[in-house]
Ligand binder design. Sequence first.
Ligand SMILES: O=C(O)CCC(=O)C(=O)O
Ligand SMILES: [Fe+2]
Length: 326
Amino acid sequence: MHAVSPSSTTFADRAGDGSLDATVADLYDTLYRDGIVAVRNGLPVEWADRLNHDISQEFLRALFVPGGTAARGYNRFYFEPYVELTPGFLDLAEHPLVTALSRRLFGDDYRLLEWGADLPLPGAEDQWPHRDFPMNAATKKHRRLTSIAINASCIDVAPNNAPFQVAKGTHFDDGSKFFGGDDADPDAEGMFPLDEARRGYEQRMETLLGARGNFSIRSALTIHGGSASETNNSRLRPTIVMSVVSPDDDNWVSGPEELASRNDQHIPRVRISEEYRDRLAEHHPDLLQHLSYEIVARTTAELPPYHTYHTLEGLIMGNDPQAGRR
Ligand SMILES: O=C(O)CCC(=O)C(=O)O
Ligand SMILES: [Fe+2]
């Protein structure tokens, strides 16, 4: 595995000189070319430290209730911390590069619908290289991305502490032979490359060492995977994932109406209290307008125990999503 730095932009270097538009154009072009782009020093290291504390605390609460977390392979977990208990959410969701890039990619009506965290624990294994969902028709036919995932590590990741790996430039690759599509639909794309193709992707994987204050923006279609954790440094290693979608994105939902609906528990949305909604309405109206949310309590103190609704079936079976079919 080679450690190669991703294409990058240094927000701190470019902020304040009136070049936000140029930076966003650069992020957009790199994202379309490589399927991933990194923003260095986009937020202060103290932001990451605070988030590390908050997410670690919430993770333990989620781990100790049934259904609170989703398994992502041996000793690797995903859960969706409450945004009002992890206030670093606001800084990332309102980051000028994030909002400007989301507008440029998806138009004024972009939707923010996921605030999750990945936590590999000691003994977590290399994940099968994968897409987080199959390619949809808009992307297949028109090479248009309809969603992004923004990752920010809460600690400085060491090479033996499950760094994120990515095969750049694979976001538009044909996935019709990938495993894990809709078996009933012959045109359906899959998520997991097999055999020779899998090995080819593994050879192309680059290791990204997440660092406090940096974040990456990727298409969930870019082939990637969490790697093994071979250390026990007695610290959790949370990475935040924030997803933003176009209003016509159908990877998560079939259309804007379904996204707006409150009936299906599997539709990703951010779960908040009425109290927090009111706070957003007063102090963060633009964010609230772009948030796909559900009110689940009257006050922050009354938020229910954690429940993670969406799982990635393929990754539950460790690093071999075919295991269940063999
Ligand atoms: O651990 C990571 O950062 C990557 C996890 C991942 O890709 C997934 O669970 O889908
Ligand atoms: Fe993934």
